[in-house]
Design a protein. Sequence first.
Length: 277
Amino acid sequence: MITTRFAPSPTGKLHLGHAYAAKVAYDLANKEESRFLVRFEDIDHTRVRPEYYDEILKDLEWLGLSWDGEPWRQKDRLKHYEKALEQLKELSVVYPCYCTRREVEEELTHLAQAPQGPEGPLYPGTCRGLKNAPRDRDPAWRLDSKKAASLIGPLSFQDKIHGDIKIVPELLGDVILARKDIGTSYHLAVVVDDAAQEITHVTRGEDLLPSTHVHRILQSLLGLPEPKYLHHELVTDQSGERLAKRNDAQAIASLRKRGISAEEVKKMFSTASCSPN
């Protein structure tokens, strides 16, 4: 049985890019004995807006993308992420980090060769091996990518579009797995929830392809199943720029108000080369 999921963040309106991502997941699961689930990635409580939960579901219904079961909310599952973090602590593959964002930026400016990743400079490992922890700060928790690599050995994952990809543990460096304010992160929460919901196929934009390196490492460390992957192209505007939530003109609700039908919306991205069929 195929199980996919669409996991929006209720921090803004659903736009064309989100709709395309939802349709890719829906189409892949649109078979007998398959499931299409909705999960709200709402751990960042500072940016979440309550009204967007219902608005996102309303847009999905209007597009004809029906889902199975009750949508999950990650904010209700924090204890599960805490448990996973404790497992990682027992393996000694995470360490506390007391750095502020400004301190990290200052440290990077002083390095002759700052570590670089696909999205820019990486955390330089300032708190890795730190012996005298500040008493006036609560820590975030970072993955020790080198220690993790030594435990798991070579890994890879299969992507329906990009083929066989070998894991590069240091690609994103020592990423944060638990923020100071919420006790978890996107990386940890998504891995735990994909396993809990028995997701067999993870579909998402190709901008998240680097994150899958981290997710496969966490799956291996936590003894969780490996899903199959499909990282599709992103929907862009006429200038080639990726659509953003601040672009209200491309919001599904705005298109609906302008009298554009659901079928017309689907045709806007029906010719994309990343169709899963």
